[in-house]
Structures are given as C-alpha cells and as structure tokens.
Design a protein around this ligand. Structure first.
Ligand code: CP
Length: 321
C-alpha cells in the first residue's frame, strides 16, 4: 500500500501509485457494499465532520454513508445553522471542530485553496470535497474508478471532456488524474470556456465537436458552472445546447462502445438530452454508486488504514467480541 498521506487536498500532488492505491482499496469497499451487512469496523471510535459551505447532494451524502459504513460517528454541519452566520471564521470553526475531537474534516468551499489553508492549522485529516474551480479530488477518483472498471487500464484511452472547462474543478482534477494514468485527453466547448492555455496540462483543445467525439473511448460532460461565472460566457443556454449539447444526432459521431459520463448535477436539455442521460451507454448513476466505495477508501486511507482486504465485517467482529 503506497498511501501515507494524512490529507486529500487535490489530485495534482498525488503520484500514480497513490491514485492506484485509492482505486484498489475502493474495489475492496465496493465488494463490502454488495454484502447483506455493508459495514466494516475500520473507523470505529473515530469522528468525521461534513463541513459543506456550498450546496451538494452526491458528495455530502456519499461521504456520510461512507463514514457510517466504516462505523465512524459522522456529524453534518450546515452553514445555515452554524456560527458562520454570526461571523465566525472558517479557521476558528475548524479549530472548534478539532476541540470537539473531529478526526477527519471534509470541506466543500467556494474559495480555491480553502482545504489547503485549513490543513495547516489542524491535527485532523482534511479532505477537499470541492474548492472553487480548483479541485474536486474524490470526484476525479470516482470517475477514474468508473472508467477503469469499464475500460481496463487507462493508459492510451482517449477521453473527451466536453463543456465548461474553465470554471470546472472536476475538469482540472480529471485532467491531472487521467494524464498521470496515461490517458489522452481532449477538451471541447465554446472558446470562452475552453482556453487554449489548457494545452499546457497535456491536453488537446478543439472547438470542433465532430473531431472531439470521433475517436473517444469515453465522453465526460460538464454542466455550465453559472455560480462561478461573473459574466455571460455565451449568448444563451439554447445556443450552447445547439452547438455543444450532446443530442441524438451527435451520438452518431461517437463510437458505439464509448462511455457517456457526467459528474452531476445534470442540466437536462442543456449539455445532454434526457434520452442519452438515461440511456444504456450512460454510466452516470454508476459513477454515483462508485463514489460511495471511493469515499470509503479515502476515509480509510487518510485515517492510516492498510490492507482493506483484511478487514473483518462488522458482523464478524460482533460475533467474536
Ligand atoms: N458531482 C458533485 O460534486 O455533485 P454534488 O455537488 O451534488 O456533490
């Protein structure tokens, strides 16, 4: 096991073997999720806090379920009901969570660098659940897991990421992870949302949908991140959909065995038509399911876990104890 980190802050700083360590551990935890009793006692006695300062469905709920399946105590802190409202700083909030014996703090925040900043002040493990347009490491890891599960070794696989790349932490994290695992990455979307500067990350940039889709093994779609755009980056959603939406006609440009992925939330009829999002080539909900196993793996590893395949089930431990 090549994982020795206390925090998970981004994908950029991970080595290929660390990424593979998470994916391999996630395979073990996915099997745990298929048992009748889906729990293991890996984090018994540990306290995990979900600190989400930005909205979330998938990431927050799957971290909560992941912690429960590892037998940790989990607390969800909503900013609406916390002392943020009274002017408490993020640093003071984290120091107080630590004083309340939090072992692992999962943070989502609108500001890039929030998790990195807080990791300097706490003894708890810090997990970045998305910081501005910077990084969303567990989303990238679950995307890589899903791609590898469906397509095998990612070296040489052609992955097209389509949509709002500029404002997307998912795009940046996927690009880092895919490049480290040897995949070839193409980016496509309106020029205002896909600057040529992304070529410096080792990607091909094209504004021609046919070219972007033609040889892809995997197509990963992104929604427009309105919440991070200070001004309009294209004339209208209708126009975006007309030129860059994945519809029936454009599906004919994609190889029949190519995977269709999306991190969610999906804006149906904008970046993807409903029939395609719900179609047999879409793995969107499998990504969500895999996110649970990947987040169990991340919680296990940042807590110092080794050899997940040797964990007893919660039921076995109870019967022996
Ligand atoms: N993909 C993703 O991060 O979804 P949520 O915002 O619902 O967590």
């Amino acid at each position: 096991m090549s994982w020795k980190r206390r925090h998970l802050l981004d994908i950029q700083s991970l080595t290929k073997s660390e990424i593979l360590a998470v994916l391999d551990a996630a395979s073990v935890f996915k099997q745990v999720g298929q048992r009748s009793i889906k729990k293991v006692p890996a984090l018994r006695g540990k306290t995990v806090v979900n600190l989400f300062v930005e909205p979330s469905t998938r990431t927050r709920v799957s971290f909560e379920l992941a912690a429960q399946r590892l037998t940790a105590d989990i607390v969800n802190l909503s900013t609406e009901a916390s002392s943020f409202k009274k002017g408490e700083t993020l640093k003071d909030t984290v120091k107080n969570l630590e004083a309340l014996t939090a072992d692992i703090i999962i943070i989502r925040h609108r500001s890039a660098g929030a998790a990195h900043f807080l990791s300097r002040f706490t003894q708890a493990s810090m997990i970045n659940a998305g910081d501005g347009a910077h990084s969303h490491p567990t989303q990238a890891l679950l995307d890589l897991y899903t791609m590898r599960e469906k397509k095998g070794d990612l070296a040489g696989q052609k992955v097209t990421i389509l949509g709002d790349i500029l404002f997307s932490r998912v795009a940046r994290s996927n690009i880092w992870g895919l490049r480290k695992l040897g995949a070839e990455v193409t980016l496509c979307g309106p020029p205002t949302l896909v600057p040529k500067s992304f070529e410096s990350m080792g990607c091909r940039v094209t504004y021609d949908m046919k070219e972007a889709l033609a040889d892809a093994d995997i197509v990963n779609l992104l929604r427009i991140q309105h919440e991070r755009q200070q001004r309009s980056m294209f004339p209208s959603l209708g126009e975006y959909s007309r030129f860059f939406g994945l519809n029936k006609e454009r599906m004919d440009w994609i190889r029949p065995d190519a995977l269709i992925m999306h991190p969610g939330p999906v804006n149906r009829g904008v970046e993807i038509d409903s029939d395609i999002a719900d179609g047999e080539r879409s793995v969107i909900l499998e990504q969500v399911t895999n996110g649970l196993a990947v987040r169990m793996a991340v919680l296990f590893l940042v807590n110092g876990g080794q050899h997940p395949q040797e964990l007893p089930s919660a039921a076995e431990e109870t019967s022996q104890g």
